[in-house]
Design a protein around this ligand. Structure first.
Ligand code: P1T
Length: 391
């Protein structure tokens, strides 16, 4: 089955009880048993629910994975993966990553005795130097949020294999939220686990928060599933339904996101008011060749800086008409965000600036509106802010 067919058919069989073509929202917390221990495979909805099970089958199919677990948010999914570790273990992490993931690592899990080293994983020598004898996990975000750096997933997996004998291998986990399963398949490149914030491209309509963990490794899946039930960070049946509905059109939407983002990246790069554009689809991106090799498309996220004082970024963001000033990404509508004040505000300023997330950086989630309207919106804001700052 090809990608678009999987998105529409995997987990989407007609309802066995009624023949309903669309998976029903099984809005129930519990299930009546015929006799003690005699039931149809469901006993309590934290443990399993038919609507969520359908979503898990669909999401696993999108990553070509054998197993899937759905969560109530991307952060809950991330926490479930980190639960594979114990006090005294060490994780090597990409230095550029979502601020909330940094917050979970630095302010929650570090207190439980897990060590984290942040490193620019695009520098393989620096990566190798960051590995310790107790390194049990590599946490990769690629493309990274918000600087759109690329990490060579196969190269990190190669390093893992060289350092650790079979049986004691560190786990490579990839947050595939920015690329989406349509443009990037980390498991095929050697990763052990994929994490998604399904809030973003997979849900696709900015109306539901969710997360997922996908893997081909049954032992890893068993631990993640145990955590899902033991801790209980599950999506509601209604949220599972919304995510499933959104995911059916992932392929269509991703093609449009990319088409618009490519055009906007080119427009911004050639604009005299723009200092720098970060987008893997631009030939000027330092890892454009890796992007072409590792991804089947460049996605819909880009960041940029303007010429002039950094405070110009905030003025610019306030001028947009169709780009809503909002956190999050991956919905059909375009969004603009000021990472330093919004999505990455939980990273201490000094740390943030060292990583290149300056007050002048703006991030766009390019939606699937008509391209000419989006270009006009950006052009008008660039002109307006240029007028203000030339006075
Ligand atoms: O928001 P939630 O569904 O819990 O997902 C967290 C998350 C995980 N991974 C990546 C790469 C993310 O970008 C996010 C959430 N990010 C935003 C809300 C944002 O605007 O960047």
């Amino acid at each position: 089955m090809k990608f678009s067919t999987r998105a529409i058919h995997a987990g989407q069989d007609a309802d066995p009880a009624t023949g309903a073509t669309i998976v029903p929202i099984y809005q129930t917390s519990t299930y009546t048993q015929e006799a003690v221990g005699v039931h149809k495979g469901y006993d309590y909805s934290r443990t399993a629910n038919p609507t969520r099970a359908a979503l898990e089958t669909q999401l696993a199919a999108l990553e070509d994975a054998r197993y899937g677990c759905a969560f109530s948010s991307g952060m809950a999914a991330t926490a479930a993966v980190l639960n594979l570790l114990s006090a005294g273990d060490h994780v090597v992490v990409t230095d550029d990553l979502y601020g909330g993931t940094y917050r979970l690592f630095a302010r929650v899990l570090a207190r439980y005795g897990i060590g984290f080293t942040y490193v620019d994983m695009s520098d393989l020598e620096a990566l190798e130097a960051a590995v310790e004898t107790n390194t049990k996990m590599f946490w990769i975000e690629t493309p990274t949020n918000p600087l759109l750096k690329l990490i060579d997933i196969a190269a990190v997996c190669g390093l893992r294999d060289a350092r650790h004998p079979e049986g004691q291998r560190a786990v490579v986990a990839v947050d595939n939220t920015f690329a989406s399963p349509y443009f990037q398949s980390p498991l095929a490149l050697g990763a052990d686990l994929v994490v998604h914030s399904t809030t973003k491209y997979i849900g696709g309509h900015s109306d539901v928060v969710g997360g997922a963990v996908l893997t081909n490794d049954q032992a890893l899946h068993d631990v993640v599933k145990f955590h899902q039930n033991a801790v209980g960070g599950i999506p509601s049946p209604h949220d599972a339904y919304l995510t499933m509905r959104g995911a059916k059109t992932l392929a269509l939407r991703m093609r449009e996101h990319e088409r618009n983002a490519l055009a906007i990246a080119g427009f911004l790069e050639s604009h005299p008011q723009v200092e720098r554009v970060y987008y893997p689809g631009l030939p000027s991106h330092p890892q454009h060749d890796l992007a072409k090799r590792q991804m089947s498309g460049f996605g819909g996220m880009l960041s940029f800086t303007l010429l002039g004082p950094q405070r110009r970024a905030i003025d610019f963001a306030n001028r947009m008409r169709y780009f809503s000033l909002a956190e999050s990404l991956g919905g059909v509508e375009s969004l603009i965000c000021h990472p330093a004040r919004m999505t990455h505000g939980s990273i201490p300023r000094e740390e943030r600036e060292r990583r290149g997330i300056t007050d002048g950086l703006l991030r766009l989630s390019v939606g699937i509106e008509d391209l000419s309207d989006l270009l006009a919106d950006l052009g008008d804001a660039l002109e307006g802010s240029a007028r203000d700052y030339s006075r």
